[in-house]
Design a protein around this ligand. Structure first.
Ligand code: SAH
Length: 373
């Protein structure tokens, strides 16, 4: 009977060792393997594992100049740990010492939560002067018997952190923003969407802090209507638009997305480009059918608002709602809307969120770009 959070050996059916894992009898995921070699999950382990994760990302990114996800849990061999790195300027700070790096961490399993000190020591060694925020306010912690925790673990929180993405500036709220403060996984999809935006009127649904819409404005969109149900998110979107010189071209609308699309349909509004980036509708397998109805309703309504030849950028971040399901849903929506789709791009999350075999949950974000005839 190992203690909760203890390091345990995992054996296969023939009693041959597979690796070492962190044990949690209270979780349905009883043991999470962190190494094939027999070693302790101490600060040296975390330092090496995090350094490996960073080294892989250097192929695609410059971690010293760009904000990115440094550690993506199981996909980086560190189950239950997420670390995002935000490189930017603290607004209001004197320009000489304004720049810097802040980390935002989520400890999502008991084993990781109990090793916070070791992880912090590894992170502080790799990034000596970085502030570190904890954003363990994810509901998945309840499945591990953990309560939510938010706060500062090291250094100071920046006054108002502004990062750069695809050549644009965005404010990131490390403590108060959603998830770790910014949806880094959509970086490449924002740039991809912007390629279709020139001369078009854009509807950015589930806009959060305006990442997609502002990328479209920078690429020549005539106007963006940005919709979200969260007032803080809309405020951030408006400020971000202003920060990039597009204050007069972005209008925010506080609304439930489903209601807003219906309203636009009634008032016969038309758009040249629509982005749908909803939260995960299916958090588990049992929720897939209900999620299908939700996604279809959204996509059907959006297709009806598109002018002929208009572009729909439609996303789902539910692993459980897979690519085949997503395509089937879109086919149904197209049929019901009487629109013929040309599938232009089938995209996933950006490369700082690696997809690995044996861990299907790492294949989660779908971003389809289609043209509606
Ligand atoms: N597109 C954003 C990320 C979207 S996250 C980006 O590029 O960063 C999902 C967003 O949907 C959140 O901002 C959340 O506030 C919003 N949201 C959730 N349910 C909603 C609903 N029913 N109607 C409108 N917005 C909703």
């Amino acid at each position: 009977m190992p203690e909760p959070g203890a390091e345990v050996e995992v054996l296969d059916a023939r009693k041959l060792p597979i690796g070492v894992a962190l044990y949690n009898p209270a979780s349905r995921i009883r043991a999470r393997i962190y190494s094939r070699a027999f070693r302790s999950a101490d600060s040296a382990f975390f330092r090496e594992a995090i350094a490996r994760a960073i080294a892989w990302r250097r192929r695609f990114f410059d971690p010293d100049a760009q904000s990115l996800r440094l550690v993506f849990g199981e996909a980086d061999g560190i189950p239950g740990l997420i670390v995002d790195s935000f490189v930017g300027q603290a607004e209001g700070a004197s320009s000489s010492r304004a720049g810097g790096r802040w980390l935002s961490a989520q400890f999502l399993s008991l084993g990781m939560d109990m090793r916070k000190a070791e992880i912090l020591s590894a992170l502080s060694e790799l990034f000596p002067s970085s502030g570190i925020a904890e954003r363990s306010d994810s509901p998945v912690r309840a499945h591990e018997g953990l309560s939510e925790a938010v706060g500062l673990l090291a250094g100071e929180a920046p006054e108002g952190l502004v990062i750069r993405e695809n050549g644009l500036s965005f404010a990131v709220d490390l403590i108060g923003g959603q998830k770790t403060g910014w949806f880094l996984d959509q970086r490449a999809n924002r740039a991809a969407s912007a390629r279709y935006a020139s001369g078009r009127r854009v509807l950015d649904v589930f806009c959060n802090a305006g990442g997609f819409g502002i990328a479209c404005l920078a690429a020549g969109a005539t106007e963006v209507v940005a919709v979200d149900s969260s007032v803080p998110a809309l405020k951030a979107a408006a400020t971000n638009a202003e920060r990039n010189g597009f204050a007069s071209k972005l209008r925010t609308e506080e609304a439930n997305a489903f209601d807003y699309l219906r309203l636009m349909e009634r008032s016969k509004e038309r758009f040249g480009l629509i982005i749908l980036d909803p939260p995960a509708f299916a958090k588990n397998h049992a929720a897939v059918e209900a999620a299908h109805r939700g996604y279809k309703d959204l996509n059907l309504r959006a297709l009806k608002l598109l002018e002929p030849g208009g572009i729909l950028v439609t996303c789902s971040c539910s692993h459980w709602f897979g690519q085949e399901r997503f395509t089937a849903m879109l086919e149904e929506a197209a049929r019901d809307a009487g629109r013929r789709l040309r599938y232009v791009e089938e995209r996933a999350q950006d490369l700082d969120h690696p997809i690995v075999s044996g861990y299907g949950e790492s294949r989660y974000l779908k971003c389809m770009i289609v043209e509606a005839g």
